[in-house]
Design a protein around this ligand. Sequence first.
Ligand SMILES: Cc1cc2nc3c(=O)[nH]c(=O)nc-3n(C[C@H](O)[C@H](O)[C@H](O)COP(=O)(O)OP(=O)(O)OC[C@H]3O[C@@H](n4cnc5c(N)ncnc54)[C@H](O)[C@@H]3O)c2cc1C
Length: 372
Amino acid sequence: MSSVVPKVAVIGCGISGAVCASTLAKNGVAVTAFDLGRGPGGRMSQRRETTKEGIELFFDHGAPYFTVTNTGVLDVIREWESRGLVAEWKEKFGTFDCISKSFIDSGEELSSRKYVGIPGMNSICRALCDEPGIESKFGTGVAKMEWAVDQNSWSLISLDGKFLGDFSGLVATDKILASPGFTYVTGHPPPLDMNLAPQMASRLEEVPFRSYFVLMLAFHEPLRSIPVKGLSFINSAILSCAFCDSSKPGRASASECWVLHSTEEYAKKVIADAGRTKASDITLARVSEDLLQEFQRTGLCTSQPYFMKAHRWGSAFPTISIAREDKCLWDVNKRLIVCGDFCVSPNVEGAIRSGLAAASKFMEMCSCTPCL
Ligand SMILES: Cc1cc2nc3c(=O)[nH]c(=O)nc-3n(C[C@H](O)[C@H](O)[C@H](O)COP(=O)(O)OP(=O)(O)OC[C@H]3O[C@@H](n4cnc5c(N)ncnc54)[C@H](O)[C@@H]3O)c2cc1C
């Protein structure tokens, strides 16, 4: 690598971006990490809600937990465990049949270890983005990534038109950053003009995502009729799973907090009726009622929650993986890398693998061509 410290912008502080930023910083790269969101985490976010009575509630409303099979990723998880960022969620899980209204034996309890961030799913990303060598800028959406040929560098412009800096390399971690034809809810076109990297464009063109709704619920008393803390539902058109967030390690909640996840079919139907634009309050109220009533129809939930709020994940899971072998896409000449779960597999493990691969590819690029 050149003796001059390379300066890289990582766009997106979900787990792929956070892992990539942390790995680059440990290798002496000066990283600036940007995220549109108020904090890091992306689809591993934790939602904080304060009720009218002033009760503070926390919900992992994206990924409820993750599993790991890859040995390289397991090493990373062990290091995070030793830092207290991750712990195993050792509660019982089960599968509930909504027709027979009974738990069935699906081998769920025997499946692999379930890991959660401590004290929230987003804590891992937050800790990684706080590491030395990383400057994190949250609440900063990148609207434009411009390649200056004469300077051999990238210039970034924010959604509110501010200049964010010049960088010798760029790591884009969200598919929408480079989706040909995509228009942000803000009305902006995708920040990365794919004419700059035509070899990537065709692979990024068709990455459909599945949408889901989740419902966050808080109860004053524990739901004692549920013998497990995580459930998958079968034979429900509305509910796919439910998780008791307050049973996770490291959560300090006086209330019992649950997150219900809709089925894909239900989300499709609601979105077809309501449109793909941001879900309105009316739509979210309808979703809240539908999911809660279905949960109550199971007979497992007999109490009324004192808090409930629905959230729509318009792009929850990519349906294809576009770089299973390489784990990220890149352009050596422009030191541009695209990574994220859509490159490897639609889960936290896939996103971690992609973030690690992106960092390693960038280091490799710098050893071939000096990165100023
Ligand atoms: C409801 C739900 C349930 C899930 N369940 C599981 C599960 O059980 N197990 C599992 O392993 N995985 C699960 N997942 C999937 C998992 O959360 C994702 O695979 C993983 O978090 C993806 O990480 P990522 O870094 O690739 O993308 P993301 O987390 O989406 O990160 C991309 C980031 O880029 C930011 N960004 C986008 N545009 C801009 C811009 N213009 N400027 C700046 N920043 C920008 C976004 O704000 C976001 O933070 C679930 C996801 C959801 C939504």
